[in-house]
Ligand binder design. Structure first.
Ligand SMILES: NC(=O)c1ccc[n+]([C@@H]2O[C@H](COP(=O)([O-])OP(=O)(O)OC[C@H]3O[C@@H](n4cnc5c(N)ncnc54)[C@H](O)[C@@H]3O)[C@@H](O)[C@H]2O)c1
Length: 371
């Protein structure tokens, strides 16, 4: 199979979907790997390394897209890329369709087969291709939050860990999943006073066994949430309802109960955000202020640390890329329930229930497209 690896063109996105080790594994399995020139540079991989791994280097994006049966990317195709998509071409990447109707409609119209990293789901309900980026984003959320709490950036001017004799900052994390736990580990390690709110009692029980003493676990309901954000310095939005748009847990009027100069890092922005005042930002202009509260809502946070992120992502994606390449996409999906969960759009039809519900579109179960 011909596998195309275009350079990511979303603002400040420096990750690449395949590292040279992955190109070597695919070519060893008899596939042709086509990499756009310079695509790996942002992650520290040059064309020569891909060539040495058996890949072909092509001079532009058109060439990488045109030849490939399977496109492997990092971020969803953005508008300039839509015209390059061919009917029947399989695209394996993060799509986050439920957060964008224009993207959903464009990919339906393209006739492409869209397999979304973020909805590939194991029987255990784990999301193996979201996990590595959630680990990065969760850890990074604390780093970024700590930065914007500095006075220079408009923050309250509080140090997360405090110092002897001065209380640490309070970090409130909405959602105790992968992002939440990784954020909590970092914040707790820096000495902050941390609270995780989650609706799953099972999850809270598990976290109470593994989290350090400076992490408190509180059931998430509106009453508790308002009480916690009122005294928070840093709020991290980390909720997820699989495949669906995020619930708006903090409303615009709730910002009034928060401390001036507090920071919200809404990591769930890629699913629409769990704060009413959230809108996506970029690494170039990551923050904006509403009612005295700094909002950091970068939709591709791991793109800011591409060396770590590319390696973490491709460790997880390569086994699935090999499955898709070794069989036709239909066969691979028939044999792998996890990959089948990843199918969001094919033949112009929406095959993910939550995506269909988000925009009032007809839902076609993925199995019906395999026949
Ligand atoms: N911005 C970025 O760059 C970036 C990077 C990685 C992940 N993300 C996003 O971060 C979000 C979280 O991802 P994750 O991997 O941690 O998901 P996850 O499924 O591991 O965790 C989500 C948690 O939210 C909890 N939850 C659901 N509804 C809740 C509510 N009303 N109140 C409190 N908790 C609630 C769930 O019980 C679960 O524990 C996702 O939207 C994901 O796409 C964003």
């Amino acid at each position: 199979m011909k596998i195309g690896i275009p350079k990511e063109i979303k603002t400040n996105e420096n990750r690449i979907a395949l590292v040279p080790a992955g190109a070597e594994a695919l070519t060893a399995a008899g596939h042709i790997v086509i990499v756009e020139t310079g695509a790996g540079l942002g992650s520290g991989f040059g064309d020569e390394q891909y060539k040495a791994a058996g890949a072909q280097i092509v001079p532009d994006a058109d060439a990488a897209w045109a030849a490939a049966d399977l496109i492997v990317k990092v971020k969803e195709p953005i508008e300039p890329e839509w015209k390059r998509i061919r009917p029947g071409q399989a695209i394996f990447t993060y799509f986050h369709f439920a957060a964008s109707e224009p993207l959903t409609r464009a990919l339906m119209a393209s006739g492409a087969v869209c397999i979304a990293y973020e909805t590939v789901e194991l029987a255990s309900r784990e999301l193996p291709l979201l996990t590595p980026m959630s680990e990065v984003a969760g850890r990074m959320a604390v780093q970024e939050g700590a930065k914007y709490l500095e006075k220079l950036y408009g923050g309250r001017g509080i140090l997360l860990g405090g110092v002897p004799g001065v209380a640490p900052a309070k970090v409130v994390i909405l959602g105790g999943g992968v992002v939440g736990v990784n954020a909590a580990k970092m914040a707790a390690g820096l000495g902050a006073s941390v609270v995780i709110l989650d609706v799953s009692l099972e999850r809270l029980r598990y976290l109470s066994d593994v989290m350090p003493a400076n992490v408190q676990l509180i059931f998430s309901n509106r009453h508790n949430l308002l009480e916690q954000i009122a005294c928070a310095d840093l709020v991290i939005g980390a909720v997820l309802i699989h495949g669906a748009v995020a619930p708006k847990l903090i409303r615009r009027e709730d910002l009034r109960v928060m401390r001036q100069g507090a920071v919200i890092v809404d990591v769930s922005v890629d699913q629409g955000g769990c704060v009413e005042t959230t809108h996506p930002t970029t690494h170039e202009n990551p923050t904006y202020t509403v009612g005295g509260i700094i909002h950091y809502c970068v939709a591709n946070m791991p793109g800011g640390v591409p060396v770590t992120s590319t390696l973490a992502l491709t460790n997880a994606t390569l086994p699935y890329v090999l499955q898709l390449a070794n069989r036709s996409w239909r066969k691979a999906l028939e044999e792998s329930p996890a990959l089948l969960n990843g199918l969001n759009i094919a033949d112009g039809k929406v095959t993910h229930r939550k995506v269909a519900e988000a925009f009032g579109l007809a839902y076609h179960p993925a199995e019906t497209l395999l026949d």
